[in-house]
Design a protein around this ligand. Structure first.
Ligand code: ATP
Length: 361
């Protein structure tokens, strides 16, 4: 049995259906993420789990028991917000102790558990500091310690890293992974940052307009997106309009108007004439001199229209003969060479048969 079950949950605000018939099962010990653009309903789901809001239809069950009607403070969970929500007049230790004091725990136990929680987030030496004396990352670690001190069944995290600068955010991602592994508590994490979701989660539910579009492990979402929205929302992607020209058990021939034929591998039964998009990640597209490797399949000639040098990689936009633009991401691994090609250079691109996926229209 799943730890948390969300069954056919709908939430309306007037005419707006913010959450539409969502069903999800979250396992004990999972780092589970709700990912989607602003307004897709992530926070509304989190608020209903927390008990700050109730569904108009459907049920939310914890350990098989409906949470309906149980006030937030009686649910065995805790929410960590982007804004930290620390008490400014209390020390770090006081903030972390708060849930235990409210629960009337004995003094000795409070002292021991606050010590353990602060050690988990590397803040033992800040126990007597006040929130205004801490950095953003430290404040968020206090909020996490306060969330974990009561050993909840579920920790709900609403964009907890959203207020941190980019470098600190990446550091905190590693800390969160470690922390979740150490404590083994189920995390339900909300974010609109797709890379953060990929880096942190065991599974991700990608949402759009109140619905779950796909729920899978990060690498499945990235390599086998269920539809164009998921393909496009997670990472960069080339979406090439195609029709199936011929389909055998292992190989597809796709017709891309103006581009010609693409050979692709797809193990699903597809019929000639089906239309869709061929979704191809830029890092699977190779760029090389236009005279090289003329005998390769899936090889198209063009010119470099734009490039962005990003240090570790260069992001190319290659205009093919018919004006079609394809994006490629090439590692800058060659010593002493910052870029492989310049704007205007004649080049060729190619990719392997198994490099992309066909997405039905
Ligand atoms: P963000 O990333 O911007 O926080 P989100 O995916 O968490 O977005 P929600 O906050 O769940 O989105 O909101 C979903 C939709 O419901 C939005 O259109 C929002 O305006 C609307 N909404 C949320 N709460 C209320 C409310 N209390 N009253 C009216 N509309 C609401």
């Amino acid at each position: 049995m799943a730890l948390l079950e969300i069954r056919n949950v709908t939430r309306r605000f007037g005419a707006l259906e913010a959450v539409k018939d969502v069903t999800l099962a979250i396992e004990a010990g999972e780092f589970f993420t709700l990912l989607g653009p602003s307004g897709c309903g992530k926070t509304t789901i989190l608020r209903m789990i927390a008990g700050f809001d109730e569904p108009d239809a459907g049920d939310i069950l914890l350990d098989g028991r409906p949470l309906t009607g149980i006030p937030p403070e009686q649910r065995p969970l805790h929410t960590v917000f982007q804004s930290y929500a620390l008490f400014p007049h209390m020390t770090v230790a006081g903030n972390v102790a708060f849930p235990l004091e409210t629960a009337g725990k004995p003094r000795d136990e409070i002292r021991r558990r606050v010590g353990e929680a602060l050690a988990l987030v590397y803040l033992t030496d800040k126990a007597e500091s006040f929130p205004h004396e801490l950095s953003g990352g430290q404040k968020q670690r206090v909020a996490l310690a306060r969330g974990l001190v009561n050993k909840p069944r579920l920790l709900l995290l609403d964009e907890p890293l959203g207020a941190l600068d980019a470098k600190l955010r990446v550091e905190m991602q590693s800390e969160l992974i470690q922390l979740q592994r150490d404590v083994g508590i189920t995390f339900v994490f909300v974010t609109h940052a797709q890379q953060e979701a990929l880096a942190l989660s065991h599974r991700i539910a990608v949402m759009k307009d109140g619905r779950v579009e796909q729920c899978d492990e990060p690498d499945t979402l990235y390599t086998q997106p269920a539809n164009r929205f998921v393909a496009d929302f997670i990472g960069k992607i080339n979406l090439i309009e195609v029709a199936v020209a011929a389909a055998s058990k292992v190989l597809l021939t796709l017709d891309a108007p103006g581009l010609g034929q693409i050979a692709a591998t797809d193990l699903r039964p597809l019929k000639a004439g089906e239309r869709g998009a061929f979704a191809l990640r830029p890092e699977l597209v190779r760029v090389f001199g236009h005279k090289e490797s003329a005998d390769l399949k899936n090889r198209f000639e063009g010119r470099v229209r734009e490039l962005l040098y990003l240090g570790d990689v260069t992001h190319y936009k290659i205009e093919l003969a018919n004006g079609f633009v394809i994006e490629a991401l090439m590692p800058n691994a060659a010593p002493g060479r910052a870029k492989f090609h310049e704007v205007g250079d004649p080049v060729a691109v190619c990719w392997r048969h198994d490099a992309g996926v066909f997405l039905r229209a």
